[in-house]
Ligand binder design. Structure first.
Ligand SMILES: [Mn+2]
Length: 337
């Protein structure tokens, strides 16, 4: 059967290499990770393939290869704000995590292949900022104003550039409301839809969506209970404040709230658990007067996780509770030594 004429002359028939489906792997449940994915989605539509179907895939750091078992079966693949993947099908890569190369031998692959579509800058406050600069320099693409605003917020949030803990946990502005919402155990479908929305509309517009606004209000309403729970949970180990939430499935890391309620802490270590995974989160109090002594990302990497100098984590399987408890204890011991 002959194809209709317009089909024969469509762009895809003339340029069969143009991607129809793009998979973007991004740091899940993270303001910077989702902003990075939205930014790259907008760029890809504007510059590479107008009608591309984008499939965002949220990624979590874990012991072993986090890409293991994830099919790279789209026409094109990108990875943002997440570990380096040496698969040649991963055309695009942007990251700013100092622990991006795990195992470290992957750094050699990066240096040898040196693709013009791979970008790594561990000094960048956010991956979204790194992407925005790289795409403007390399492709002359300037992000629309609504995404530049999100990029600025990603710099502030990812690098904890707030004047105080109270400022950091405020829920007045759309960016901070959405950041808290993302951290509230969103499903992979939620975050994938969020990436698509943010690629086309502003943080304020996304926050006002009929399917999002009630959830943001719920996050705010839960805040009072959360403060009571965190206050009760905190246990001191030297100047480290420890929040053991392994027993409460679905409970979250207090994040900056921990530093607001325990301002004398130099570090915070939290254990949380979902039905399928267990996480140990580690952070340096950004508002402490003591100088920082430990590289948190490097510390977490030694236990199978990763992160930045001042914040990191280790994610284990849901059936590894004894290992998670031992890991939390070992990390606290190192931080208090
Ligand atoms: Mn980031």
């Amino acid at each position: 059967m002959a194809l209709p004429a317009q089909r024969l002359h469509s762009g895809y028939d003339r340029f069969p290499l143009v991607a129809r489906i793009l998979k973007i792997f991004f740091h899940d449940a993270c303001f910077d990770g989702t902003t990075s994915a939205a930014l790259f989605t907008a760029f890809y539509r504007d510059v590479i393939a107008k009608d591309v179907e984008v499939r965002p895939v949220g990624m979590v750091h874990k012991d072993g290869d986090p890409f293991d078992g994830l099919p790279l079966d789209a026409d094109d693949h990108a990875c943002v704000d997440f570990r380096f993947c040496a698969d040649p099908r991963m055309t695009w890569w942007f990251d700013h995590h100092p622990t991006a190369f795990q195992p470290p031998v992957l750094r050699d692959v990066f240096d040898e292949r040196h693709l013009a579509t791979w970008f790594f800058d561990p000094t960048a406050p956010s991956c979204a900022g790194l992407i925005s600069r790289a795409l403007e320099k390399g492709w002359g693409w300037r992000a629309p104003p609504h995404l530049l605003d999100a990029v600025e917020w990603a710099d502030t949030i990812d690098a904890a550039q707030f004047g105080s803990a109270a400022e950091a946990v405020a829920l007045e502005l759309p960016a901070q409301r959405l950041a808290a919402w993302l951290a509230h155990g969103r499903s992979p479908i939620d975050t994938a839809r969020y990436v698509e929305w943010l690629s086309r509309s502003s943080l304020a517009e996304v926050a006002q969506r009929a399917d999002v606004a009630p959830q943001l209000a719920a996050v705010e309403a839960e805040r009072a209970d959360e403060i009571t729970a965190i206050q009760r949970l905190g246990v001191w180990a030297g100047d480290v404040i420890v929040f053991d939430r392994f027993a409460e499935i679905g409970a979250r890391s207090p994040g900056f709230l921990g530093y607001l309620l325990f301002p004398r802490s130099q570090y915070a270590v939290t254990g949380t658990r979902t039905a399928t995974s267990i996480k140990i989160s580690v952070g340096v109090n950004p508002w402490t007067e003591h100088p920082r002594e430990h590289d948190i990302g490097a510390l977490c990497a030694r236990f199978g996780g990763g992160g930045h100098a001042v914040v990191g984590g280790v994610t284990l399987r849901g059936d590894e509770l004894p290992r998670a408890q031992a890991t939390l204890a070992a990390i606290v011991k190192e931080l208090t030594a």
